[in-house]
Design a protein around this ligand. Structure first.
Ligand code: CND
Ligand code: ZN
Length: 393
């Protein structure tokens, strides 16, 4: 073939490829955070097709978690503009080259803690923070260092390997799990974060034993899920600690035996709990995200054998100072992301357990709103009126 003709042919091919790419770009609605501490803007964005090993998902329902709010107000570092949201359920719209674990049409839950299945952590029997795909690298990009979201011609950041406040998102294959097709998205979206995080913190991270005494600091969506886990593990006493007394009725419904409001006492809350339990609880959980309550929860557990678990997400810039005697005397201090579950294998099982009625999610869902009302949903969380708000698309 003549050189000129070959060049022309290649040009045509590239044009076709570009056309194919743009044919596959989806224009859809998303809630973008343009700047720190600003309300969400509902805008039209472009979502690029999935590259190799990636999956494009149509989101059906997404919950609002406090971690999203930490990112909005800057206490959790996030690069702006960004599409937040990490607790969702959806359907696979398309897959990139090489994807084998899901196909278009599959019902799925995006995973903010990915599981590649091949790195040191994924191959280890314990541990769930995939070393290949770091859930918290803070770049706000896909593993290849680029974004699939565009707004007004500029790239928008991804969040926590998921970004679910959009009609369509793209995730890496290691950050999505296929679930039972019959599962109701408006409920099981909570398995994407709140429920699994809390429940797992009790049954997997702490491994609460039958007959034990537990204290849960913070009775929001995640804290109440810790309560459900403690109860399922057979705890005989569960003390709920919260400064918002409106949270107590539901907490009792879910298994809390004693409710304590630190505002009712003029001594440190750890002294109150140690007195109540004659020496301290077996297991305590901090599910608020404040350094003061993290040390208070540690001090509340029994000095010889108590274990305290940090579940709440403290501000990125914070540090903790505490007296070493608290640990020297025998307490154990741990933390866990996503309730220590290895996400890709655990999430489908948790959904099956829900379908088999082994636990319920209804008490956690206090509000259901159309996606456009996302700002209202965040106000409900900030004013302490909601447990979980689920946004529907
Ligand atoms: P939510 O705000 O619903 O609950 C927090 C509760 O704590 C509320 O009921 C508050 O009234 C209460 N509270 C606030 N301050 C105090 C205080 N000083 N003493 C006692 N109670 C207080 O939040 P959520 O349940 O959605 O999330 C809880 C935390 O868990 C939050 O920090 C979030 O970012 C974190 C989290 C961690 C993980 C993980 O993987 N470890 C996953 N998702 C969320
Ligand atoms: Zn969360």
């Amino acid at each position: 073939m003549h050189k000129k003709e070959r060049k022309k042919e290649r040009k045509e091919e590239r044009k076709k490829e570009r056309k194919l790419y743009f044919d596959q770009v989806i224009k859809c609605k998303a809630a973008i955070c343009l700047e720190v501490n600003k309300p969400f803007s509902i805008v039209e964005i472009e979502v690029a097709p999935p590259k190799a090993q990636e999956v494009r998902i149509k989101i059906l329902a997404t919950g609002i978690c406090r971690s999203d709010d930490h990112a909005v107000n800057g206490s959790l570092y996030a690069p702006f503009p960004i599409i937040l949201g990490h607790e969702a359920a959806g359907v696979v719209e398309s897959v990139g080259e090489g994807v084998t674990s899901v196909k278009p049409g599959d019902k799925v839950i995006p995973l903010f803690v990915p599981q590649c299945g091949e790195c040191n952590t994924c191959l280890h029997p314990r541990g769930n923070l995939c070393t290949r795909h770091n859930f918290a690298d803070g770049r706000g990009l896909m593993p290849d260092g680029t974004s699939r979201f565009t707004y007004k011609g500029k790239a928008v950041h991804h969040f926590a390997c998921t970004s679910t406040f959009t009609e369509y998102t793209v995730v890496h294959e290691s950050a999505v799990a296929k679930i039972d097709a019959a599962a109701p998205p408006e409920k099981i979206c909570l398995i994407g974060c709140g429920f699994s995080t809390g429940y797992g913190s009790a049954v997997k991270t702490a491994q609460v034993e039958p007959g034990s005494t537990c204290a849960v600091f913070g009775l929001g969506g995640v804290g109440l899920s810790v309560v459900m886990g403690c109860k399922a593990a057979g705890a005989s006493r569960i003390i709920g600690v919260d400064i918002n007394k409106d949270k107590f009725a539901k907490a009792k419904e879910l298994g809390v035996t004693d409710c304590v409001n630190p505002k009712d006492f003029d001594k440190p809350i750890q002294d109150v709990l140690i007195e109540m339990t004659k020496g301290g609880v077996d297991y305590s959980f901090e599910v608020i995200g404040r350094t003061e309550t993290m040390t208070a929860a540690l001090a509340s557990c029994h000095m010889n054998y108590g274990t305290s678990v940090i579940v709440g997400l403290a501000p990125s810039a914070s540090q903790i100072t505490f007296h070493p005697m608290l640990l020297f005397t025998g307490r154990t201090w741990k933390g866990a992301v996503f309730g220590s579950w290895k996400s890709k294998e655990a999430v489908p099982k948790l959904v099956s357990d829900f379908m088999a009625k082994k636990f319920t999610l209804d008490p956690l869902i206090t509000h259901t709103l159309p996606f456009d009302k996302i700002n209202e949903g965040f106000e409900l969380l900030r004013t302490g009126k909601s447990i979980r708000t689920v946004l529907l698309f």
